[in-house]
Design a protein around this ligand. Structure first.
Ligand code: NI
Length: 238
């Protein structure tokens, strides 16, 4: 499941994150690469222990936690603390690879199974050429280039790459999510169901002139919402 979520960061948060990370000292991107991806990774990455990285990470994590689409789509159990990378000049691409299945956070020794990979774009899309995130799934390849502040989530099991940046610079934040629901097919079903129930509830509220206190919601909606939670109860590992 490939999901894009616009406006995860508000303009002011985006400006803060950009200022924090652009002013810091960057390192070779291979500091977090596995043995397979290390051979094709050619970018720069912000060392996670830097104070600027910690502050920027906190801003991104807070924005994610309050974003309903992120929570609905990922059903997060654990989020790897967001990292930052940049592509441009002679360090401008990341060839085909699959992310490591388990990431261990160095500072806490906490393990995160990478069910979902996420990229939060931090550069205006028209400020650089190339730099598309290309993700393969069962329907083929998808090239993704979003506006600054927008997020893409895709299955951690996908082969993916970042195309060479040929003009300007691509700044991004990336991280992984271990989901309460391990299987993508189950997450997809819950996501579709959640969106449909939310839309039906809006219609129902409108039909009842938003007076739920008097009328309650339609009994079918109560049952359908129950089905969602019963599926989640059956599949969730918390
Ligand atoms: Ni990757």
């Amino acid at each position: 499941m490939l999901l894009t979520i616009p406006h995860v960061l508000a303009p002011q948060e985006l400006a803060q994150v950009r200022a924090l990370v652009l002013g810091a000292d960057w390192a070779d991107g291979r500091i977090t690469a596995g043995s397979q991806s290390g051979g094709v990774k050619n970018n720069r990455q912000l060392p996670e222990e830097l104070p600027a990285a910690q502050q920027a990470r906190h801003l991104v994590s807070s924005a994610l936690a309050r974003h309903p689409m992120f929570v609905t789509g990922a059903l997060p159990k654990s989020v790897y603390p967001p990292l930052f990378n940049r592509y441009g000049g002679s360090t401008n691409a990341f060839g085909n690879h699959i992310d490591n299945a388990v990431r261990t956070h160095a500072a806490t020794a906490r393990h995160v199974r990478t069910d979902i990979s996420c990229t939060l774009f931090l550069s205006p899309a028209d400020s650089y050429d190339g730099g598309e995130l290309v993700v393969e799934d069962t329907y083929g390849e998808h090239a993704i280039k979003l506006e600054a502040g927008d997020l893409v989530m895709y299955s951690g099991s996908s082969v993916h790459r970042v195309e060479p940046v040929t003009r300007g610079e691509r700044l991004a934040c990336f991280f992984w999510v271990e989901s309460m629901v391990r299987l993508e097919v189950q997450r997809r079903l819950l996501y579709d169901m959640d969106l449909a129930i939310t839309a039906l509830r809006q219609q129902d509220m409108h039909a009842r002139q938003h007076d739920y206190a008097k009328t309650g919601e339609a009994p079918e909606l109560v049952r359908l919402t129950g089905c969602y939670h019963n599926l989640l109860r059956m599949w969730a590992d918390v």
